[in-house]
Ligand binder design. Structure first.
Ligand code: SAM
Length: 336
């Protein structure tokens, strides 16, 4: 079988990203978490970690003045969509689009990534069955810190529902996060960093922390280092339960990270049923009440979610109970 080798192309001479930022007098906006990478070796390394993208479909989130964009274009994707909220970058991105006309079909979307319809953007890309190899589609981004955690949760929901970019199959993600968040995403049981985000990411995806970019590589320099993480949706997610239910159980259990996990489990149930149902849930899931949330494995969380669903199936309304509801509403609820 012939193996398609990644293509590397040279762009025609262009002003450097540094010069463009000066030319268009672009000052980084703190509220959009703008920290720019100027070092081509680092942007090349980020793109290399996305795997082979030659002749593939790529969506870059938050291209800014386009340094990662240049590294992506050098690898000759078939289509490149860049989604940038700040219109001040349009001239720099248009320059890149002109320069790469013969290499790739580049689309510029001045939009908030949370509003952008990725399914439409990838229209025409091949669809793969979930169980098959990953489709030739990639999401790459040096994400704004302010939206990154929120965005990854939204995207995991889409992964679980196989919608948006994941209606094409197991689309991969290569993303940057604050180092601390990157460590949380990949944290194993017993780790200091283990939290809700670790479990949510690991249930639906294989997450790897690839390398760390020192803060000083960015202009302006952020207060933290940055971790580059790849997330590849699992062929077989660890469970098949609606995202919202899993999120509810995992959030509740982690509510008191250092306390016994039974404390978090109890919060899933109304006071009058708390003792009985939390004991049954832990028993069904075969999880010891005295383990701490950060010690629990992904499999133990999967069993806890399964047990919770079984208990909710037994009693009407139970799934609607939320300990964060106003007391007056909770008191009006009746459990079948
Ligand atoms: N990719 C560039 C680089 O590495 O030098 C810029 C990275 S900067 C950390 C984040 C970029 O995301 C900024 O250009 C910012 O304007 C953009 N951005 C912020 N919020 C966004 C959103 N909700 N949707 C799309 N882009 C956003």
């Amino acid at each position: 079988m012939a193996i398609a080798l990644p293509r590397h192309v040279r762009l025609p001479p262009l002003p450097t990203v540094r010069d463009l930022v000066k030319l268009y007098r672009i000052k980084a906006l703190k509220q959009l978490s703008q920290n720019f990478l100027m070092d081509e070796r680092i942007t090349d390394k980020i793109v290399k970690n996305a795997g082979n993208i030659s002749d593939h479909y790529v969506c870059e989130v938050g291209p800014g003045p386009g340094s990662i964009t240049r590294s992506i274009i050098k690898r000759a994707p078939r289509r490149l969509i860049v989604v940038e909220k700040d219109p001040r970058f349009l001239p720099a991105l248009e320059l890149l689009r002109e320069a790469s006309r013969d290499v790739t079909d580049m689309h510029i979307e001045i939009n908030d990534i949370r509003e952008y319809n990725m399914e439409k953007g990838f229209d025409g890309a091949p669809k793969h069955e979930w169980e098959d190899a990953e489709p030739p589609i990639h999401l790459i981004g040096n994400l704004p810190f302010s939206v990154s955690t929120n965005l990854i949760i939204r995207w995991l929901k889409s992964v679980s529902e196989r919608t948006s970019a994941w209606s094409y199959g197991r689309t991969s993600m290569t993303l940057t996060f604050q180092q601390e968040v990157a460590e949380r995403i990949v944290a194993r049981p017993d780790s200091e960093s283990r939290c809700r985000l670790s479990v949510m990411c690991q249930i639906w995806a294989k997450a790897q922390l690839k390398f760390t970019i020192p803060g000083k590589a960015f202009i302006p320099k952020p207060d933290v280092d940055v971790g580059v993480v790849t997330l590849i949706p699992r062929r077989q997610p660890l469970l098949n339960i609606p995202f919202k239910t899993v999120e509810k159980v995992v959030r509740s259990v982690f509510n008191m990270r250092q306390k016994y996990c039974v404390k978090g489990v109890e919060r899933l149930f109304p006071e009058e049923l708390r003792g009985e149902l939390s004991a049954r849930m832990l028993d069904m899931a075969d999880v010891e009440a005295t383990r701490r949330p950060f010690q629990l494995t992904n499999e133990e969380f999967v069993r806890l979610c399964g047990a919770y669903v079984t208990l909710c199936d037994e009693r009407e309304n139970l799934s609607a109970f939320d300990s964060r509801m106003p007391k007056i509403l909770r008191e009006q609820m009746v459990w079948g």
